[in-house]
Design a protein around this ligand. Structure first.
Ligand SMILES: Nc1ncnc2c1ncn2[C@@H]1O[C@H](COP(=O)(O)OP(=O)(O)OP(=O)(O)O)[C@@H](O)[C@H]1O
Ligand SMILES: [Mg+2]
Length: 950
């Protein structure tokens, strides 16, 4: 009797005959046909790989590039193996299209080469995968075929998922299979493109099982036998084939009604076949099952001298696949490898791992085998594992580094240096880098139950604090404990106070406290000779001082920039260079700010520090926008937004800035949409600070769109938000001039003047020159609205000049525009003395300045105004003044609220009319009562009525 070779894949020439699965093929083909992706899932042996192969063969022709990978259990711990499968062959083709830092990151992940001394932030590698896929897709459709996703190494899975979620319309499709028992394919779905169809493979029908057995040569079988096989296998094709084989091999046929002469568990079925192997051959297969990517050469190196003959024997038994080029030794089915390994005695497994710990070529793989070959502690093994962890860290696989570090700790003797807990802490820090905050916290908490050395305890607490991320409020209780642990060691105390500085800013929003803590941390670090912490703390202090308008800011910036420097800190977005930039731009030194940020951007790009790159691109865009280089600002802003979306960092901030740039130089509708998006982001995150920035951008876009009423609505909200947050510095949001201008246009010059007066007090206090100039421009509009044309013209001329000297090109152009409008309107008006007002009524100067800025939306406004002539300049419609003396002492908003009360409006109606919240109406009314010395709204009405009759 010939041994049927069911486990073997059919030779290439004969296409896989797939039985049944018609519906599945129809829907999968449809999905692939319209550009979507497919995820097949189901239990072991149900036929996923079979269907995957058939679909891939079908569909590969439609793709320009097909990238393949297929993982196995024994290699799932090796970082980037799947990635190397996918990109190894196309690396040369794509690497030219990648920015240098990404190329280095990808090369070092795939090959272990590449620059390793730079401290990359891990994002460079993710972006490299994304860019590589985009580069391939630019030449034609890409199909990624991946089998056994459940064994994909974590690092590759993360990268693929990261890219898949961001590919958008890029023509990259994925065709994947994953083994699942229940519905837990969701996890893998998250790693697939958004448009993925998940299909579960169900059992085959009895007719299909019969056809399958027939096709594999198990004939003739009686109907009742087929029924038994179908029932016993549960319609699982792999089980059915194994049962068919067992039956064919058994010397006697069961009589009708007699149960099948086989155990029902597949593992037992597989084992019975393994029994036919010689002991030596089984041992050779065990080495193959324990090693990643086994080859004959690896088996030889692991001491299996007769590997050729033994694998041939196994192939004849259908345990190994015979087909396939290259030196790889492959099992006919993963279950065979699993069963073989599971059945081997522990001692034998250890021996196999020991052999592989020298035979394997990858150092990480060797270290892991060493760990699996070792029981108990062993300093040498621990050191090798720690080295492998460092290597993984360097290649950009911090999660692998963390798990190797934990293995190292387990094998580290208690009394050695570094000790086991020190290694655990390193692993915890790797876990933080990998974004596995829960794991990091668990490790640190565990260490804290034992550790007695203060330095170790503080290090563990730092992990706990960092694992909290922005939610620093959640770890409030930690600070007293960690302070106690730090004792009077200045190095340790410096670390704690640096975190307390962040807490002051993020949790309390208290600049003074944040500044004080940072200063304290810097001083402690200096005493403890911890230069890096000192520099971080000084930079933090400098940034805080800049934001609070503290006079020490420039001096602190200088101190943070003193040598010796730490190159990483120097160009980090929370480092000294960044602090200097903040100070320069807040003090209107635009050329210096540009030079600083340009140099920083170059450096972080070289180093692959993507997070810093996102921020710096935005900073540079902001600098250019202020300088009136609006076209360049728009390019930079769009680039920053693209990078922010790709990396998932700072999207809201980049959208906000891009909105400003679009409104100034691009598409106003896009500006409106981006500002709304940024506002939504902030609202979802509960981030009031950014909500106010986003609404400020929205207000500006609405102003450019010619909708001052909408601007007033948005910016009034900004004013409320900032009041709530206690933000007084008008240079933070720079919206005050826009609100005042919009208020004038909707006929509220009184409120406009209030806005200007309030902002001016703070701008004067903080020395915000450019803000003062913009406020003066707005004030000129208020004056003009009140009929003081001459004063307005004089003021506008000087403001335009001041803004020009400060280098604020766009603001300068806006002043020129305001001037031209005013002149157009005042043509024919005469001075008090009888001479006509000066200046040609021309828009030429404004047009020239806007053109120089590439401020196209503004330029269009100028053209429209020029074409329309004086008639179109909106008349100044001052709201009818509330002529009641009773209300005279009130501020503009208070007066408006009071007069609406007199008309009988409810608070809700007032809120709606004035575009403010009901809360603000209530608060305003309280102030009105106090100022007028009354107690209720009835009194207001009475008061007004009484005065009116007298
Ligand atoms: N529809 C089918 N038609 C013909 N043969 C099939 C079919 N489905 C599965 N088989 C056969 O059953 C066996 C198991 O199938 P396959 O390897 O595709 O399962 P799998 O779902 O990928 O399992 P695993 O989860 O272990 O990877 C193979 O020998 C395959 O040829
Ligand atoms: Mg499979």
């Amino acid at each position: 009797m010939t041994v049927p070779r069911d486990f073997q894949e059919p030779p290439r020439s004969r296409p896989d005959l797939v039985i049944g699965r018609e519906d599945l093929f129809t829907s999968a083909r449809e999905q692939l046909g319209r550009g979507g992706s497919v995820l097949l899932h189901g239990p072991a042996g149900i036929g996923k790989s079979t269907v995957l192969r058939a679909l891939a063969a079908d569909y590969a022709g439609a793709a320009r590039t097909v990238l393949r990978c297929s993982a196995t259990e024994s290699e799932s711990h090796l970082p980037f193996l799947a990635l190397a499968d996918l990109f190894g062959l196309v690396l040369d083709e794509v690497s030219g299209a990648l920015p240098a830092a990404q190329r280095t990151a990808l090369e070092s992940a795939l090959t272990g080469r590449g620059e390793s001394t730079l401290q990359r932030d891990g994002l460079a590698l993710r972006l490299a995968v994304l860019s590589a896929l985009r580069a391939l897709a630019a030449k034609g459709p890409v199909l990624v075929v991946a089998d056994d996703l459940q064994w994909l190494d974590a690092a590759s899975a993360e990268l693929l998922g990261f890219a898949a979620r961001r590919l958008g319309d890029t023509p990259v499709q994925m065709l994947c299979a994953v083994r699942t028992e229940g519905q837990e394919y969701d996890r893998h779905l998250r790693a697939s493109p958004p448009d993925t169809l998940a299909v579960r493979l169900g059992p085959l029908s009895r007719t299909q099982v019969s056809a399958l057995l027939d096709h594999r040569g198990y004939t003739p079988l009686s109907r009742s036998t087929i029924r038994d096989i179908h029932r016993t296998s549960g319609g699982n094709p792999l089980f059915a084939l194994e049962l068919g084989r067992a039956l064919a091999e058994s010397p006697t046929r069961p009589r009708p009604g007699e149960p099948l002469p086989v155990p029902t568990s597949l593992r037992a079925l597989v084992l019975s076949r393994l029994e036919m192997l010689s002991d030596e051959a089984r041992r050779t297969l065990l080495v193959a099952s324990a090693g990643a990517r086994p080859t004959l050469a690896l088996l030889h190196a692991a001491g299996r001298e007769h590997a050729e003959a033994e694998t041939a024997q196994a192939a004849a038994l259908g345990l190994l696949a015979t087909e396939g080029e290259g030196p790889a030794v492959r099992f006919a089915h993963p279950l065979i490898s699993a069963a073989l390994y599971a059945e081997a005695p522990a001692r034998e497994r250890r021996a196999v791992h020991a052999a592989l710990s020298t035979a394997a070529s990858d150092p990480i793989e060797r270290a892991r085998h060493l760990a699996l070959a070792t029981t108990g502690t062993d300093p040498e093994v621990a050191a090798r594992l720690a080295e492998a962890a460092a290597l993984a860290r360097d290649r950009g696989a911090p999660s692998v580094a963390a798990s190797l570090g934990l293995l190292a700790a387990r094998h580290t003797p208690a009394d050695s240096t570094p000790g086991p807990d020190e290694r655990r802490l390193q692993a915890a820090e790797d876990a933080i880098t990998a974004g596995e905050a829960d794991l990091a916290r668990d490790i640190a908490r565990d260490v804290l139950t034992r550790a007695t050395v203060p330095a170790e305890r503080v290090r563990a607490w730092m992990v706990v604090i960092e694992a909290a991320g922005q939610a620093l409020g959640d770890v409030d209780a930690v600070f007293p404990q960690v302070l106690a642990d730090a004792g009077d060691d200045p190095r340790l105390l410096a670390l704690v106070h640096y975190q307390l500085a962040w807490r002051g800013l993020v949790v309390e929003g208290d600049f003074a406290e944040a500044r004080q803590e940072a200063a304290h941390a810097a001083e402690l670090a200096a005493r403890g000779k911890d230069r890096r912490t000192e520099l971080m703390a000084l930079s933090f202090q400098a940034s805080t001082e800049t934001l609070m308008g503290h006079p020490d800011a420039p001096a602190t910036v200088k101190r943070a920039l003193k040598e010796p420097q730490d190159p990483y800190v120097a160009c980090h977005h929370n480092g000294a260079g960044s602090a200097r930039f903040r100070w320069l731009i807040m003090s209107d030194q635009l050329p210096e700010a540009r030079a600083t940020i340009t140099a920083l951007l170059r450096e972080v790009r070289r180093r692959g520090m993507v997070e810093s790159e996102v921020h710096f691109l935005r900073f540079l865009a902001e600098t250019e926008l202020r300088s009136g280089h609006c076209g360049r600002a728009l390019d930079l802003a769009r680039e920053s937004l693209r990078l922010a979306r790709d990396s998932g960092i700072g999207e809201g901030a980049s959208a906000m800035l891009t909105s400003l740039a679009e409104a100034s130089a691009g598409d106003v509708d896009r500006a409106l949409a981006l500002a709304r998006e940024a506002a939504d982001h902030a609202e979802v995150d509960g981030d009031q600070m950014y909500l106010s920035r986003a609404l400020a951008a929205l207000g500006y876009a609405q102003l450019v769109a010619g909708d001052p009423a909408a601007t007033v609505r948005s910016l009034r909200r900004v004013r409320e938000l900032e009041q709530g947050l206690g933000i007084t510095d008008p240079a933070r949001g720079r919206w005050h001039g826009d609100l005042a201008e919009a208020l004038v246009r909707v006929g509220e010059p009184g409120e406009a003047q209030d806005v200007i007066d309030t902002a001016r007090v703070h701008a004067l206090r903080l020395g915000r020159e450019s803000v003062l100039a913009v406020l003066d421009r707005a004030e000129a509009l208020v004056r003009a609205a009140r009929g003081e044309h001459e004063a307005a013209l004089v003021r506008l001329t000087s403001v335009q000049d001041r803004l020009g000297r400060l280098g604020y090109g766009l603001e300068e152009a806006r002043a020129a525009f305001a001037l031209a409008r005013l002149r157009t309107r005042t043509v024919g008006l005469v001075r008090t003395g009888g001479t006509p007002l000066p200046g040609p009524a021309s828009y030429d100067e404004a047009a020239r300045l806007f053109r120089r800025c590439r401020a196209l939306p503004w330029l269009r406004q100028v053209d429209a105004a020029a074409a329309a002539g004086p008639a179109a300049v909106e008349p100044v419609s001052v709201a009818p003044p509330v002529a009641l003396d009773a209300l005279e002492g009130l501020a503009s908003m208070e007066r408006q609220v009071a007069s609406l009360v007199m008309e009988g409006a409810t608070n809700r109606e007032i809120a709606a009319r004035l575009f403010i919240s009901v809360k603000t109406v209530e608060a305003t009314l309280t102030r009105v009562y106090r100022k007028l010395g009354i107690r209720s709204r009835v009194d207001i009405v009475r008061l007004a009525a009484g005065r009116r009759t007298t």
